[in-house]
Write a new protein. Structure first.
Lengths: 286, 605
């Protein structure tokens, strides 16, 4: 039996609303999820569904007001700054936007050594590690002394991945890491994600709105809607034969890149919507 | 499978501000002047010919000569020596004011900007209060209370100057506080002090240096002003007190006022010019980047051009499908070129030799990755290229007129009425100051020349037509009150309000959720059927192409690589680039599958 790495139980995240004594805004309404070692859990949902908030809650960047997040049995949802620092070599992050997630005034080397200096790694060891990391994400060693702006979107995302890998984490939260990339770049960065996982056994919490991306990468998939998980299970099952009406609608909405099959798909979608409407009406009557 | 990164331009490393200033003429001149003044003040004990405070009755108002290089003042003190020693006190006083302002303003700005909360509110309020106080009056009052101390009054002035730094730093910090790289640093476990020092201070460093030069100039001027009024410490020589003395004796010895005035003026001007030079240099640093970026694009385009020529391959054109009921040709783009004029006089070409034909009733997909020139092509048809862009060649025939040759005035008649446009970001294309209804009615009244009541009726029916559940309410709503999907429907309603012949949609669903996208695609299909428009659909999503398009044109680095009916492109793509794009589609790839222990091989547990 493999170890459960991260155990998310009934997590509630609330943001205070503006205005006196107003109800706080509930971004997550009791979400439960677990991630095993070396596994990819995909988190799909539309904007405002809370998928990014869940990722930020795991990272300690969102206020958890209920439930708990356990990392290897250790409660981390209320971790202090110092405890967070200890967690930094366990849990890391790759953000969506490769243009704002790297400090434009630091060289790649400075960006990559930053997490190392926190761990008090010596100068020589750090330089060696930077070379290893660049090699791992398939960037040339000469990249170390350049600034982020000299790189393309795909290359910057590789730098961000290298930064996440710097401390050999066990879990990386990936917040839409390929959404801002071009199609062919996206495919190559995803291959890199899989390759790194197979080599290092790191687990991913992979947040994306793109069903195809999640399907391609995830062992298990959770579908979020309005701050709740509506469907959660085996990736093939959830993306192939979804059971929840919302998941069904979501998967039917994504167009298929083939004109003839898409025409069929479109008709199926309208039929499904009609069917669900009827069911809603019946449920309302009953 | 891993891309080999393209070679990167060499030697674009950071060049220090100081070195860049050395190439800036006014920067060099003002720096040299300031350094000379500072050196002269520091070396005053060595350079001075007399003690600055030794009065001599014989020498009162002595003329310039061998005894006194610049003459002597009303107490017979040597002007040249006093000028040197006064520099020490004047500059030191100004530096004291600057230091106080920097320490207070920058620290408070960093803390308020980074942490927010009550400290933010209190310090912002205090800043407002201080800025409302008249500085000179406060200084006069302070002098009355604490006596004539130059140092104390400069410290107080420093406090009064601190809002200048506070506001500057505060604005920069709030701008970067939520940047993702700051979040990434937090996740890396960096302490707040380190994050502020490493990530936030670097952002405010440059503007603070510039502001410092300005503030120093102001401090010197104000200090001279106070001393000139006779409010300073009489025991120490300063430029201001020399000015005072010279002014009293202006009829007896006019040159006395000249030297301190000259040096105060020069130092203040030099500081201001230096600040300007630094700003120029820092802003220009963004210049070459952009240029090299564009140059890189140009190189890439040139490479592609060269490669295409070598291959001798123009775009792959697929034959039309037989018995396709082709409508009349609506738009014929031939040999289109788009370029951007560069500051050095050259032109960067972003679109080269593009041919494009759109028939009535046809949805034409323009597909490509970022930098392929697809949006540039679409914008050039609308003649709405961004600043600096222009059509460099070719023709755009739309119903017998060449749009490339039309004047701006004639183009206005075509745009909106005959050719409509749907943008990518619905929210930023609605003016938040006006209701949806007024934004829909305005163009209709101009284009169709109909009355307000008529326009309102049409707008409501259009809103109903694009599937908005409660048209009346949306009509009266402001843009922030509706969702992104609704906003895109409103923009589509606006685009078709004048029943255009050609609709240009630039990534119309990219910013939308997938379920909303499906609805918007359906809507576009219905409207297109009903109005029999030609549509140019710019997109990078092959699902959208398959859903909506009749024909597809694939673009790469500013040129068309393949064009043809949608089925031929999907099923019989010939150009390697098209194949590569189609190969990158994930929809048909197998899912990752079950999580197995096998994948954990090599993991030490």
């Amino acid at each position: 039996m493999t170890e459960t790495l991260l155990d998310i139980k009934d997590v509630v995240v609330e943001y205070p609303s503006k205005g006196f004594r107003k109800e706080p805004f509930k971004a997550l309404k009791g979400v439960s999820l677990d991630i095993r070692q070396g596994e990819t859990v995909g988190l799909v949902g539309e904007s405002g569904s809370g998928k990014t908030t869940l990722g930020r809650a795991v990272l300690g960047l969102a206020p958890v007001t209920g439930g708990g997040i356990k990392y290897r049995g250790r409660e981390i949802s209320k971790a202090t700054r110092a405890q967070r620092r200890d967690l930094s070599h366990e849990i890391q992050v790759v953000f969506q936007d490769p243009y704002t997630s790297l400090n434009p005034s630091m060289t790649i080397e400075q960006i990559l050594t930053e997490p190392l200096t926190v761990r008090k790694v010596g100068r020589q060891a750090a330089n060696k590690r930077v070379a290893e990391l660049l090699d791992q994400v398939r960037l040339p060693p000469g990249a170390a002394h350049r600034l982020p702006r000299e790189f393309s979107g795909g290359q910057r995302q590789r730098v961000a991945i290298a930064r996440a890998l710097a401390l050999d984490p066990k879990l990386i939260v990936c917040d839409e890491p390929v959404s801002a990339l071009d199609l062919s770049t996206q495919a190559r960065v995803m291959e890199l994600f899989i390759e790194i996982q197979e080599r290092t056994g790191v687990a991913y919490l992979f947040v994306s709105h793109d069903l195809a991306v999640v399907r391609h990468l995830s062992h298990r998939v959770a579908v979020m809607y309005h701050g709740e998980i509506v469907e959660w299970g085996d990736g093939e099952q959830v993306t192939g034969a979804p059971e929840h009406p919302y998941t069904q609608r979501l998967f039917m909405a994504a167009p298929i890149p083939d004109p003839d099959r898409q025409a069929q798909h479109r008709a199926d979608r309208l039929r499904l919507l009609e069917l669900q409407r009827e069911q809603d009406v019946q449920a309302g009557v009953a | 499978m891993i891309e080999s990164p393209p070679p990167m331009p060499a030697g674009a490393a950071k060049v220090s501000l100081f070195r860049r200033l050395l190439t800036h003429p006014t920067g060099v001149v003002s720096m040299v002047l300031l350094v000379l003044v500072a050196l002269a003040s520091v070396l005053a004990p060595l350079l001075a010919t007399h003690d600055p405070n030794t009065a001599s009755v014989q020498q009162v108002l002595a003329k310039a000569g061998s005894e006194h290089i610049l003459g002597a003042d009303s107490a017979g003190r040597d002007v040249f020596s006093r000028l040197l020693f006064a520099g020490q006190f004047s500059l030191a006083g100004a530096l004291v004011a600057l230091a106080v302002a920097l320490i207070l303003g920058v620290t408070a700005g960093l803390a308020a900007g980074y942490y927010g909360g009550w400290f933010d509110s209190v310090s912002s309020w205090l800043t407002g209060l201080m800025m409302a106080l008249p500085g000179m009056v406060v200084l006069l009052a302070a002098r009355a209370v604490v006596g004539p101390s130059m140092w104390l009054s400069m410290m107080i002035f420093g406090v009064l100057l601190s809002p200048a730094f506070f506001r500057l730093v505060y604005a920069s910090v709030t701008a970067v506080r939520n940047e993702l790289y700051v979040d990434a640093a937090r996740v890396s476990g960096l302490s707040d002090v380190r994050i502020i020092g490493r990530h936030i201070l670097t952002v405010v460093r440059a503007p603070v240096i510039i502001q410092s030069a300005m503030v120093l100039g102001i401090a010197i001027a104000i200090q001279a002003g106070l001393e000139f009024l006779g409010l300073g410490d009489r025991n120490i020589p300063t430029w201001g007190s020399m000015l005072n003395d010279g002014f009293i004796n202006i009829f007896k010895s006019p040159t006395l006022v000249l030297w301190p005035a000259l040096i105060i003026g020069l130092v203040c001007i030099a500081l201001t010019l230096l600040a300007n030079a630094m700003r120029d240099e820092l802003e220009r640093s963004r210049g070459p980047v952009k240029k090299s970026h564009k140059a890189a694009a140009a190189e890439a385009a040139a490479d592609a051009e060269g490669a295409a020529e070598k291959r001798g391959a123009a775009a792959v054109v697929h034959a039309d499908e037989p018995n396709e009921d082709a409508g009349e040709i609506l738009l014929e783009v031939t040999d289109l070129g788009v370029g951007y004029d560069q500051p050095d006089g050259s032109t960067t070409h972003v679109v080269n030799h593009v041919n494009l034909t759109v028939r009535r009733g046809e949805v034409h997909g323009l597909v490509g990755e970022s930098g392929s020139g697809k949006t540039q092509t679409a914008f050039s048809i609308l003649r709405l290229l961004p600043q600096g862009g222009r059509i460099t060649g070719g023709s755009i025939f739309f119903e017998g007129q060449d749009l490339a040759q039309l004047s701006e005035k004639e183009m206005t008649k075509v745009r909106g009425k005959r050719i409509a446009y749907i943008p990518q970001e619905p929210m930023s294309n609605l003016d938040s100051a006006f209701t949806i209804g007024s934004q829909l009615m305005e163009p209709m009244r101009v284009c169709l020349g109909i009355s307000k009541a008529e326009a309102r009726k049409r707008a409501l029916s259009l809103l109903a037509k694009v599937g908005i559940p409660n048209p009346e309410r949306t009509f009266d709503a402001y843009p922030h009150q509706i969702s992104g999907g609704m906003a895109q429907r409103v923009l589509i309603a606006g685009a078709v309000s004048c029943e255009p012949d050609l609709l240009i949609a630039d990534e119309p669903t990219t910013a939308l959720d997938v379920t909303v996208q499906a609805e918007v695609l359906n809507l576009l299909r219905e409207l297109q059927d009903e109005l029999n428009m030609g549509v140019i659909l710019v997109t990078h999503n092959f699902g959208v192409v398959a859903d909506l398009c009749d024909r597809v044109t694939v673009m790469q680095t500013g040129r068309v690589v393949e064009t043809g009916p949608v089925r031929s492109i999907f099923n019989h793509a010939q150009h390697p680039y098209t194949r590569q794009l189609l190969g990158a589609i994930l929809e048909d790839t197998a899912p990752r599958g079950q999580y197995t222990l096998k994948e954990l091989k090599g993991v030490a547990s």
